[in-house]
Write a protein that binds this ligand. Structure first.
Ligand code: SF4
Length: 450
């Protein structure tokens, strides 16, 4: 497909060109589905789990108090002690099964416990799960391998949980702040208060967490430059080690927004909001390559977790445990059963990584996914691609790379293509340059549907 057609498609439907490639699973479902049995055979083959030398580990805990308006993650709002205990049991059992399936000498780049809100688990259950991770953490050569997500409310009101987590080796906590503006919070159905965020960060520091990250979101309905500036100012005044800025398109293409009658802002508005974040946060001592959504106070660090860095920048295989968790090894990509009873049954039947929604992707699709992930750090590193895939991106994506340079969106410096300052507002077009022809055709024919 020509560059002109690609750019036109991105201008027509910018929300179809998010960090998620492509922005919904429908495209892959239509073209690349593979039966769970094929994934099971692959996992037990030489190139499957037995062939892993380094990978990332993700534990999904789906529980949340309530669903935030913009959220499209698979969450579970039931509150039931027996359910929580049973979930922890199955996660621990799954870790055991996996331990026997991967080579003893393999290493783990990073471990993330995410969700949902994993720290919603009662302390004894959380403790059991994190204790079971000790031997996995010991396999890592990363400086801070173990990261857990939490909410400001829990960080503020249950400090004991974080003292326990730190004592068990949790190195990093990511706080899902999203916004501190009261009106916006109400509009997106989140409950935390500014005071929770301040107290939460204080508690995490007091517990001795080596790294504290704050997630902020931009592009919410009713959020203009003034509200975004206020959030940036407030978050940076608390001096977290890193601030991650998500655009609302990324969060499920703004799927919840139509319920409010609001539309996702135009790409140019996202560009303005991102540029504001970049200039403000870098003026406050945060480091980031232009285009990166992660800002770190520590030079040389990306600000994201070791798990995500391995997965998004280095293309490492990753293994997801829990309901509806995603895993990827090479071009095989699969999601575990979405329903709790099915996932539990599979684990009880001895399946280390049960698949339900499974894909065998062509290499070009796998690589396109990786390019979009990498662009969320503001650059494409040729050597990292070569290491991960054994071949470079240049021969396969030369037209896209050339067009991006001609447009002034990417600049080649040494072994990297960097995003050029001011080009964030062209991100949907830049991403469209790296979509495969069939994916782009699918978008042009009407996918994704809100
Ligand atoms: S955005 Fe986070 S806290 Fe809100 S419902 Fe989704 S997973 Fe839960």
């Amino acid at each position: 497909m020509s560059v002109i057609q690609r750019l036109a498609a991105a201008r027509r439907a910018p929300q179809a060109f998010t960090i998620q490639y492509p922005p919904s699973r429908e495209y892959f479902q239509a073209s690349f589905r593979t039966p769970p049995r094929e994934i099971a055979e692959f996992l037990s083959s030489k190139g499957g789990l037995a062939g892993l030398s380094e990978f990332g580990l993700y534990l999904h805990v789906p529980f949340c108090r309530a669903r935030c308006l913009y959220c499209n993650f698979p969450i579970d709002t039931r509150r039931d002690a027996a359910l929580y205990a049973g979930y922890a049991d199955s996660l621990i059992q799954q870790l055991e099964l996996l331990c026997h399936a991967v080579p003893a000498g393999s290493s783990v780049r990073g471990i993330d416990i995410g969700g949902g809100t994993p720290t919603l688990l009662p302390e004894p259950e959380l403790e059991r799960v994190v204790k079971a991770l000790a031997k996995w953490r010991a396999r890592s050569r990363s400086r801070r391998p173990l990261s857990v997500e939490t909410s400001p409310e829990i960080a503020a009101r249950e400090p004991g949980k974080f003292v326990m987590l730190r004592s068990l080796g949790v190195d990093r906590v990511s706080l899902g702040v999203q916004t501190a503006e009261t009106d916006l919070l109400a509009r997106v159905r989140r409950r935390q208060q500014k005071l929770d965020i301040e107290t939460g960060i204080r508690n995490l520091r007091a517990a001795g967490m080596g790294r504290v990250n704050v997630d902020l979101i931009f592009g919410l309905p009713g959020q203009g430059l003034a509200e975004w500036r206020a959030d940036l100012k407030f978050a940076s005044s608390l001096k977290p080690d890193s601030i991650t800025t998500y655009d609302c398109l990324y969060r499920g293409k703004g799927r919840g927004l139509p319920m409010t009658g609001a539309k996702p802002p135009a790409a140019a508005v996202y560009g303005k909001l991102y540029d504001e974040a970049f200039s403000f946060l870098t003026s406050k001592g945060y480091h980031a390559a232009y285009g990166s959504v992660n800002f770190s106070l520590h030079r040389g660090e990306t600000g994201t977790s070791a798990y995500f860095e391995g997965r998004l920048l280095d293309g490492l295989p990753y293994l997801g445990l829990g309901v509806n968790a995603s895993s990827m090894i090479g071009c095989r990509w699969w999601f575990s059963p979405a329903a709790m009873p099915e996932w539990t049954r599979a684990v009880q039947d001895g399946e280390a990584l049960p698949g339900q929604d499974c894909y065998a992707l062509p290499e070009a699709e796998r690589l396109a996914k990786q390019i979009l992930w990498s662009l969320s750090f503001g650059f494409l590193d040729l050597e990292r691609f070569r290491k991960a895939f054994g071949w470079g991106i240049k021969p396969r994506f030369s037209a896209g790379l050339e067009a991006a340079q001609e447009k002034g969106w990417l600049l080649r410096k040494g072994g990297r293509y960097h995003m050029v300052c001011g080009s964030f507002r062209h991100l949907p077009e830049l991403r469209a340059l790296f979509y495969t022809d069939p994916a782009l055709d699918w978008v042009r024919r009407g996918g994704p549907r809100p």
